[in-house]
Each structure stands twice: as structure tokens, then as C-alpha cells.
Design a binder for this molecule. Structure first.
Ligand SMILES: Nc1ncnc2c1ncn2[C@@H]1O[C@H](COP(=O)(O)OP(=O)(O)OP(=O)(O)O)[C@@H](O)[C@H]1O
Ligand SMILES: [Mg+2]
Length: 463
């Protein structure tokens, strides 16, 4: 069986109210039963003592009694619900409530039965007459018999007290129940409204409407986390979509020119307009190589740019990594006649070694590509507080100011004609930037056309 939050919470709140109410009423009744019974018994015993005292005082010696006062005491006792009989030394009746007012006695007894039967139907009781001896100078001179319901009884005041108490508990119970219902509604609405909104958004997202966001504010931490997660998910998907759209259009754009060139060259050769000589075939071959390099680069870029970029972080010495890369590059630099130097102390860093290595390779290979013969490239590693700075500086061609803001964008080449010769596809720096940023670092460039460029890679030492 499935319920929504509103029903569930309402049932829960009502259940709590009902259980608390039942518990309170049961406990109160147990408590009242125990203590109230003791109190009533003590009270009755005290009353009996009072009557006996009053009667005892009416003995005047020599078997003489003050009958007037006895009569008054008897009547007032009867009015307060006690049926008394006074006997003398030899057991003869001096005063009897039943003969004084039989009807009233009957009524009193009936009332006692009624009260006790409604309140304590399980208690076996009945009308009993308890005899108390009267002493005068330590000599027994008579007896008072006090009749009441035994073992104890509740008079109308006592009953009223208990009924009022139960009434109060009942009213409190009903109020609590209504309050629980109301509270359940309010709390569940507060919880369910943002959740419903999240569900709606998630459904829209699953249908491809990635621009939708949950705007609902909540002061529940878990709900805030949920909405944040859904919003982040939507943003990630939106970026993904944008990325793949851009990639497709960029790829199409980039491939069109070389393919068109190839096509026209081939057609010219097939139609016999051009001789398929070595030079033309070589040029076609070069174009094909360039195309396949671009496809390879694209694959790499797609891999790095995908949000799923997984960093396999390890601790390693960056300077040592730079030294190895420079060492591997040395033959190429020598061939071209460009000098390369490297410096820096040992610097430990937590990062993905292979990917950082890719970044350094991309930047150094650019420096080599865009520095003419006789130029110089220097690489150094430096620590600045919590950042490791890797700098690659050349005195090559430099980058025109108008191109500087775009060189990290994919397929961007500062000088298309110049790059046609060098064969770059404009992806190297894009990959470098993606990797550095996924490490929460940044890559920067300073360059002047004709003077040279300096690329700075900054990486946090630990994350
Ligand atoms: N050290 C440098 N000196 C001068 N220009 C540079 C330098 N580094 C990069 N550039 C410019 O920035 C552009 C983008 O560089 P990027 O590495 O992204 O592409 P690429 O080198 O052309 O191709 P590839 O994808 O093969 O690396 C280059 O085409 C070049 O014009
Ligand atoms: Mg490059």
C-alpha cells in the first residue's frame, strides 16, 4: 500500500495524539483511583471520628444523655449523608436516623449505590453499619452505629470532581486531535509542495527540458539538497547538450574545408584536368593526415570535456614530471634549433599525473611550434603558498592581442594561414584548460606579438 506524504503525516500525527490522549486518561484515572480512594477513606474516617466525639460529649453520667444535642448531631449527619444510630449501655436505641426520617435514609442509601455502581461496578460493596463504642471515664456507656456504603463510598461532590476531571481530559484530547490534524496538514504541505515541484521538474528534465529549474525555497535541509541536486543535474545536462551541439557544429565546420579541398582535387584528377602526379597526391595525402589527426584530437577532447572526467589523483613531484617531459622533447628542440631550459625545486602535488603531463606537453609543444629557429624556451616550477605554478616561456612569434581572449577555445588558431603549415587543429589549449580547471586550477597567458608568450599553469597543491 502506498500513501502520499500528506496522508502519512496526518495519520502519524493523529496516531500520536490518540496514543498520548489514551495514555494520559488511563494514567490519570489509575492515579485518581488510587489516591482519591485513600483520600476519601481518610476523610470518611475523620468524619466518623467527629460524630463519635460529639456524641461522647453528650453523656452526662448515670445513664443520662443530652438528647437534644444528640438529635441535632444525628440530623446534621443525616444531611451530610451518614445514617447513625445511638444505643445506650444495654443496647437500647436512643436515637435512630431511620425512624427520624426513613425516606431520606432510603434516598441516601440509593444514591450511594448508584454512585458506586457507576464509578466502580467491579467493587463488591454494600450498605454496612459500623459500630463504635462510646467510653466515659474508661467505661463503655454506649455505641454509635454509623451506616454507609462499604468499604468506602463517593458522595455527589466526589463524583462531580471525577466527572469534571474526565471532562477536562476529554476536551483536551479533542483539542489535541484537531491540533494534530491541522499540524499534520501544515507540515505535510510544507514538505510535499517543494517535493512535488522537484518531481515536476525532474519529469520535465527527463523529457529534455533542461532549462527548467526548481525555484521553490524550503527551510528543510534535505529538501534544499534535493532541489540543489536536481538543479545541478539540469545544469549538467544542459551543458552536456550545449557541448554536444557545439561539438557537432564545430566538427562539421572544421571538416568541411579539408573535405571540400580533397573532393575538388580528386574530381580534377578523375576528370583528367589534373595529372595525378606525386606532388598532387602528396598534397591530398597531407590533407588526409591532417583530417585523421583532427579526428584523433576530437576524440581526446570529447574524452576530457565530458563531465564524467575522472581524476585519478596521486601525490607526485611536478618538477620531476616537467624534467622528464623536457628531456623527451629535447631531440625535437635540437632538430629545430630552439633551446630549452628547465628549473625548479622538488614540489609535491595531489593531481592526476597523466592528465597534468598532457597539459604540460600541449603547452611545450606549442612553444616549440611557434618559436622559430634560434629561439629559447624556459620552463620553471615554483611554489606560491598553496599553489604550484608551472611557467612555460618562449621568445617566439607571440600571439596578436585580438586573438588572446580566444586561444583556449576549441578550434581557435591565432593565424589560420600560419597554422595551416604547422598542422595544428586548435584543440591543444582547450584540452589543457579543461584538465587544469577540473583540478580547480587555472591557466593563463601573457603574450606580445613578435616578442614571445608565457603560459602559466596554476594548480592547488592539495584538494
Ligand atoms: N607559445 C605560443 N606562441 C604563439 N602562439 C601560440 C602559442 N601557443 C598557442 N598559440 C596560438 O594559440 C592557438 C591555439 O593553440 P592550441 O594549442 O589550442 O592549438 P594548435 O597548437 O593550433 O593545435 P593543436 O590542437 O595541434 O595543439 C594556436 O593556433 C596558436 O595560434
Ligand atoms: Mg597546440
Amino acid at each position: 500500500m502506498k500513501y502520499n506524504i500528506r496522508t502519512k503525516l496526518s495519520i502519524f500525527f493523529v496516531l500520536v495524539a490518540v496514543v498520548s490522549f489514551s495514555l494520559i486518561s488511563v494514567l490519570t484515572n489509575i492515579f485518581v483511583d488510587r489516591h482519591f480512594r485513600e483520600y476519601v477513606m481518610r476523610n470518611q474516617e475523620q468524619k466518623h471520628r467527629g460524630i463519635i466525639n460529639s456524641i461522647t460529649q453528650q453523656y452526662m453520667g448515670d445513664g443520662m444523655w443530652n438528647m437534644d444535642i444528640i438529635d441535632t448531631v444525628g440530623v446534621s449527619s443525616l444531611e451530610s449523608g451518614l445514617i447513625i444510630k445511638v444505643r445506650d449501655e444495654s443496647g437500647n436505641l436512643l436515637w435512630d436516623a431511620t425512624s427520624h426520617n426513613e425516606g431520606m435514609c432510603q434516598r441516601i442509601i440509593e444514591q450511594m449505590y448508584n454512585n458506586m455502581n457507576t464509578r466502580y461496578p467491579n467493587i463488591e460493596g454494600g450498605y454496612i453499619e459500623k459500630p463504635y463504642p462510646i467510653f466515659y471515664h474508661s467505661r463503655r456507656v454506649g455505641t454509635v452505629e454509623i451506616g454507609s456504603y462499604g468499604p468506602f463510598y463517593l458522595n455527589d461532590h466526589d463524583m462531580e470532581f471525577i466527572n469534571t476531571l474526565n471532562m477536562v481530559i476529554l476536551v483536551v484530547g479533542i483539542v489535541c486531535l484537531l491540533f494534530a490534524l491541522l499540524l499534520g496538514q501544515i507540515v505535510s504541505r510544507r514538505l510535499s509542495t517543494p517535493i512535488t515541484r522537484v518531481i515536476d521538474t525532474a519529469q520535465l528534465i527527463s523529457k529534455g527540458y533542461y532549462s527548467d529549474r526548481v525555484e521553490e525555497k524550503s527551510n528543510t535541509i534535505e529538501i534544499c539538497q534535493l532541489t540543489d541536486t536536481i538543479n545541478n543535474l539540469a545544469e549538467t545536462l544542459e551543458n552536456h547538450e550545449l557541448l554536444s551541439k557545439r561539438l557537432t557544429s564545430d566538427v562539421a565546420h572544421e571538416l568541411r574545408t579539408p573535405l571540400a579541398t580533397l573532393q575538388s582535387h580528386m574530381e580534377a584528377m578523375i576528370d583528367g584536368i589534373w595529372e595525378p602526379d606525386l606532388k598532387r597526391l602528396k598534397s591530398c595525402h597531407e590533407e588526409i593526415i591532417r583530417l585523421s589527426k583532427m579526428v584523433g584530437d576530437l576524440e581526446k577532447l570529447a574524452k576530457y570535456e565530458s563531465e564524467m572526467i575522472v581524476l585519478n589523483k596521486v601525490s607526485f613531484d611536478v618538477t620531476d614530471l616537467v624534467r622528464r617531459i623536457v628531456y623527451n622533447f629535447e631531440p625535437e628542440f635540437k632538430d629545430k634549433g630552439v633551446g630549452i631550459t628547465q628549473s625548479g625545486e622538488k614540489e609535491e602535488i595531489m593531481a592526476d599525473r597523466d592528465k597534468i603531463s598532457q597539459v604540460i606537453i600541449n603547452v611545450i609543444s606549442n612553444a616549440l611550434k611557434y618559436t622559430p629557429k634560434g629561439g629559447k624556451v624556459s620552463v620553471y616550477v615554483k611554489r606560491m603558498e598553496n599553489i604550484i605554478k608551472i611557467s612555460i616561456k618562449d621568445n617566439g612569434l607571440g600571439i596578436p592581442e585580438r586573438d588572446l581572449p580566444f586561444i583556449f577555445e576549441r578550434f581557435y588558431r591565432a593565424d589560420k594561414s600560419r597554422n595551416r603549415l604547422t598542422g595544428g587543429s586548435g584543440i591543444g589549449l582547450t584540452i589543457a584548460k579543461t584538465i587544469v580547471e577540473s583540478h580547480k586550477g587555472y591557466i593563463d597567458v601573457q603574450s606580445k606579438e613578435g616578442e614571445g608568450s608565457e603560459f602559466t599553469i596554476c594548480l592547488p597543491r592539495s584538494q
